[in-house]
Design a binder for this molecule. Structure first.
Ligand SMILES: NC(=O)c1ccc[n+]([C@@H]2O[C@H](COP(=O)([O-])OP(=O)(O)OC[C@H]3O[C@@H](n4cnc5c(N)ncnc54)[C@H](OP(=O)(O)O)[C@@H]3O)[C@@H](O)[C@H]2O)c1
Length: 323
């Protein structure tokens, strides 16, 4: 089968190797899935560059959706060949993936395989951010960085569904237009606009926001901290601009801010938690309450373009690969 592997870390997409390898055999406690769509995440970039360390050589990719083609003997009562599924796993930049059942979800008939791949990882994360990292309530002011991104655009929609007032932050007029026209966000700011902090104070009547969802990290952390209301919440869940350097926790005392640094896989330690989040997420999809924005679907062979789009900040919404 065809797959995309890295043999070493690299700051450029040129380290992505196109390889031929044997199709995996199904493990007795796993399911073999023929991937129809593979989700591309910023996590993949961080793993490629070595910012998040993984053992190499390694096939990249953490999610996909497709059809079950073989079932391990111990899982015959749970899955069957032909099941349409979306899943989180490892080594998914490939035509086939052998996946442990902890994070495989059978897709309802009304959710397409493409949509399943487009929402799973980023959507479960967005839902966990809104229901666990900080419980968003109707009327809350919510500040979302990289709001036009894959995770950001789902986070915006989920916050809107929960009745929050969203302030979206992005880097370009094209992304701002998408946030306003497609997602209906009233308040869109640019990180570098000179009156950024004053504008947030003005919108929130001098109070500051109830929560910041910061996925950008190094370049936004301190500005964001200054926008949180007294006793408010700062959720830093990504570092697209680089890791936040070590901080003196004393700075949180300036406004009694609660700081959280969550990671997806600690919200879904077992199948029950994964199923709970995924059920709620796909329920919102089926009700039309959230709709993934698809930036582009690239063939697996064009993986370099997918990575460059993400790193150059030119993508709006989700990037998918088709093997
Ligand atoms: N903790 C977890 O378990 C978890 C789970 C999911 C995602 N995440 C994190 O959430 C973030 C978003 O992930 P995603 O997959 O949805 O990606 P994404 O938001 O679709 O793409 C990254 C976005 O980050 C923004 N950005 C800001 N500074 C950047 C820079 N210097 N270089 C590149 N991009 C920059 C850009 O949006 P603007 O142009 O609008 O700024 C860019 O479009 C990532 O940091 C990811 O690691 C974490």
């Amino acid at each position: 089968m065809r797959a995309i592997r890295i043999d070493r870390f690299g700051s450029g997409a040129d380290v992505l190797q196109h390889v031929q390898m044997p199709t995996p055999k199904v493990h007795p406690r796993c399911v073999l899935i023929k991937n129809e769509y593979i989700g591309v995440n910023y996590l993949d970039i961080n793993q490629r560059t070595g910012l998040i360390h993984i053992p190499v050589p390694c096939i990249l990719g953490r999610e996909g959706a497709g059809t079950v083609v073989a079932v391990g003997t111990s899982l015959a009562h749970q899955f069957a060949p032909g099941d349409r599924v979306a899943y989180l796993g490892n080594y998914t930049y490939a035509e086939y993936s052998c996946v442990c059942p902890k994070a495989i979800y059978k897709l309802p008939s009304s959710v397409s395989t493409e949509t399943g791949a487009a929402v799973l990882l980023q959507g479960v994360m967005a839902l966990a951010l809104v229901t666990e990292a900080y419980k968003v309530k109707a009327g809350d002011w919510v500040l979302i960085n990289a709001a036009a991104g894959g995770t950001g655009s789902l986070l915006v929609q989920i916050c809107q569904q929960f009745g929050a007032k969203v302030i979206a932050v992005t880097s370009s007029p094209a992304k701002a237009q998408c946030l306003q026209n497609t997602l209906g966000v009233e308040h869109v700011l640019f990180y570098d606009q000179p009156d950024y902090a004053q504008e947030i104070k003005r919108l929130t009547f001098g109070r500051g926001v109830d929560v910041v969802y910061d996925s950008v990290g190094r370049t936004t952390f301190y500005t964001n901290l200054g926008c949180v209301r007294r006793g408010g919440n700062m959720v830093v869940f990504g570092c697209s601009s680089g890791k936040v350097p070590p901080i003196d926790i004393g700075i949180l005392a300036c406004n009694n801010v609660k700081l959280v640094k969550p990671t997806l896989f600690n919200y879904i330690p077992d199948r029950a938690e994964f199923d709970r989040f995924t059920y709620q997420l796909l329920d919102m999809v089926q009700r039309g309450q959230i709709k993934p924005l698809i930036h582009r679907i690239y063939p697996l062979a064009a993986i370099e373009h997918a990575h460059r789009d993400l790193e150059s900040r030119s993508s709006v919404g989700k990037i998918l690969l088709k093997p």
